[in-house]
Design a protein around this ligand. Structure first.
Ligand code: 1HE
Length: 257
């Protein structure tokens, strides 16, 4: 796990911090950065329990680096989009949950990256848009699947047809982020969330990241069967049995404590 000029990584307390570090271009994402993201997310050290994806500067990401959008052939266009799909799948199916800290622009490919993360914390400066519509292109980084799932196809269609921009507050209401916080407090909030995630049984975290999305994609009967299998596997783990005993003997926190 090395350091790349445009992405910085750091480990503290079993949390891996991955930082987009190209503020002079508003963290616009070129092919090298996508490849580096894929390499990092594909090789998470085994001691890591949670990942926080954040950024340098005032913006999370201005999306695809438009300066690299040269004349592409049809085939090159498909490969380019598939490269994003592969990289963003490594985020969605990372070995541990990924918390994104958003601020400023979270647009185009930046929003597609955020949508591949499991929890999104938005500072109040965050704004969301899909300028692909205005640039004469289409989302290519999995947005039509992941963003439409978060906010519904109708809202995504509106964003792309009209260039509509959602504020942090409205974004939270429609499901673009699960949390909203004051400016400059995103990392603190993400750390607090990471602390809760790292305290969970590993099998619960694994099921939420690897199994739940597949259940959502499956038909009802297959989904229910997968749920039963996962529930049985999770409850069988010694960690789960210990937690149940702790609760029944009054040693565990109650809900909300
Ligand atoms: C860029 C990019 C970029 C900034 N590619 N260079 N994304 C967009 O259509 C968003 C385009 N960007 C913007 O609308 C604005 O830059 C922001 C609202 C994000 C920020 O505004 P601001 O005033 O803070 O910065 P700026 O002055 O516009 O930009 C600073 C520099 O970053 C400038 O370069 P400079 O050399 O003149 O200093 C900009 O050119 C550069 N920059 N954004 C390249 N995106 C998998 S497919 C996904 C498809 C998409 O993501 S399409 C959406 C692309």
């Amino acid at each position: 796990m090395g350091e790349n000029k445009k992405i910085q990584t750091e480990i503290t307390d079993q949390v891996l911090y991955i930082k987009l570090d190209r503020p002079e271009k508003r963290n616009a994402i070129n092919d090298d950065i996508i490849a580096e993201l894929e390499a990092i997310f594909s090789q998470i050290p085994s001691e890591i329990k949670c990942i926080i994806l954040h950024s340098t500067g005032k913006h999370f990401s201005a999306g695809l680096d438009l300066s690299a959008l040269r004349e592409r052939s049809l085939t090159e266009g498909i490969y380019h989009s598939r490269m994003w799909h592969k990289a963003l799948d490594t985020i969605q199916y990372a070995s541990v949950p990924v918390v994104a800290v958003l601020k400023g622009a979270c647009v185009g490919g930046g929003l597609e990256i955020a949508a591949a993360c499991h929890i999104r914390v938005a500072e109040k400066s965050t704004f969301y848009a899909l300028p692909e519509g205005q640039r004469g292109i289409f989302v290519g980084g999995g947005g039509s699947v992941r963003i439409s799932k978060l906010i519904g196809a109708a809202r995504m269609t509106d964003m792309m047809l009209t260039g509509r921009v959602y504020t942090a507050e409205d974004g939270e209401k429609i499901g673009l982020s699960q949390y909203i916080c004051e400016e400059g407090e995103g990392l603190t909030k993400a750390r607090e969330i990471a602390h809760k995630i790292t305290a969970n049984a590993p099998m619960t975290n694994y099921a939420l990241i690897q199994v739940l999305p597949r259940i959502v994609e499956a038909g009802k009967d297959s989904g229910l069967m997968m749920e039963s299998l996962m529930a049985a596997i999770a409850q069988e783990a010694p960690e789960a049995k210990k937690r149940l005993h702790d609760f029944l003997e009054g040693r565990a926190k109650k809900v909300g404590e």
